[in-house]
Design a protein around this ligand. Sequence first.
Ligand SMILES: [Zn+2]
Length: 437
Amino acid sequence: MKSLLIKGGRVIDPSRNLDDTADILISNGSVEAVGKNLKNSSEAEVINADGLVVTPGLIDMHVHLRDPGQEYKEDLFSGSRAAAAGGFTAVAAMANTDPVGDDPALINYIQDRSRHAAARVYPVGALTKGLEGKEMAELGRMKKAGAVAFSDDGKPVVNSMLMRNALHYATGIDALIIVHEEDPFLAAGGMMHEGSVSSILGLRGIPAAAEEAMLARDLIIIKITGGRLHIAHVSTAGSVELVRRAKSEGLQVTAEVTPHHLLLTDRAIKNSGYSTNTKVNPPLRSEHDRQALWEGLLDGTIDAIASDHAPHHPDDKDVEYDFAPCGIAGLETTLSLMLDEYSSGRIKRLALPLLIEKMSTAPAGILGIPGGTLQPGSPADLTIIDLNRTMTVNPSDWYSKSRNTPFAGRRLTGVPICTIVGGRIVMKEGVVTENGQ
Ligand SMILES: [Zn+2]
C-alpha cells in the first residue's frame, strides 16, 4: 500500500484538542506521524491540503443498510459507498433487516460481506429475538462475533422487565444498549408531531410524551441495573432535559441527534405539501424542541450526531402520507448540512472542533471502536473537508440506492472532498474510487 503525506491542512483532532496547521504521514494503513513540515522520506503520494480541513474519519453510529432482505432499497456496498461519498469512514448498521440481525451468523454475514466495502461497517445486534420484544437475543455470542452494540431500533422495548434484564445482562458483558424511545400506545396511529401544526393539517399526532415517557422509564431502570444506555435520535425538549438530569446524576447515558431534527420542524410537512420525505420516526418536532436539541448538542447533553440513514425505494414513499414508511436517507447530506449550519453562523456557538467531535471522536468512544483520533499508531481513517466549496443536494447523483430526502435542492457550503479508510483513498472529489466488488 502506498504511503500518503497530507500536507499543510488545518488538522482538527478533538481526541487530542488539536486544531492547527500540520502534515500527516500515513503508512501501512496507520497514522505514522502528525507534525509540522514532515519529510517525505518514503516517497509517499502527496495530498496538498492547503486551505482544507483534515479530521479523523467521520463515524455515523446509526444507519440502516437494509442488507440482508431489502437490497432494492440499499445494500452493504451501496450504503458504504454512500458513506464514503458523505465523508464517513465507518458506520454502525442496525439490525432491522430480514432476517433480523439477532444471531452471530448474521453478525458474521455483515462483517464478511462488507470486508471490502468502501467504508467500515460495524454490526449492531438485535436486543430481542426477531425484534419482537419478547425474548432477549444472544447478546454474549453476538458480542463475541463482533456486534458493537445491541438495539431493537425502529421498535421500542415495551416490556419493562425485559429491559431490566437486558440492561443487567449487558452490564455483565460490558455491552452498549441503544434504545429507540417510543411508547407505542401513546404514539399509536400518529403520522407527525402532535401540536398546532398537526391540528391544522388534521393529521394524527405523536405526542412528545410518547418519547419522554419511555425514556424516563429507562433512565429509572438503569439506576437499579447500571449499564450503558445510548438514546437514539433524541427529538424533544423534554428528552434533552431528562438526559441532562441523568448525566448530572452520573448515569452512563449518551445520546444522539439527527440533522433533520436539528434543521427541520413539523412545519416542513405543511410547507412541502405533505411530502412523504418529511415522514420520519421520531417525527419532526416543534421549533421549541429544535432549539432545545441545539442547546443540548452545544452544552454536551447530546454526544453525537447520527444520520439515522433510512433508505426507502421511491415506490414505497410515493404513496399517501398515511401509508408512507418513515425514514430519511442521510449519509450523503449529513456532513454538508452540519457544515452549512457552521459556516452560515446561524448557530453562534457551533465550533468546528465540536462538530467533528460529535461526528467522529464521540461515536467512536460510545461504540468502543477504533477511530475518532489521529493519534500516531491509530488506523488511517481520515476525512478531508473543503469549507468553502458549495454543493446542491441532488439525490439522483447519490451512491445510495434511495432518494428520500426533504433537503433536495438545498444549496450547502462545506463539502467532504476526500475519504481515507485504512490508508486507502476511497473517495476523491465526490467520486468513490473503491467499492470492493
Ligand atoms: Zn429509531
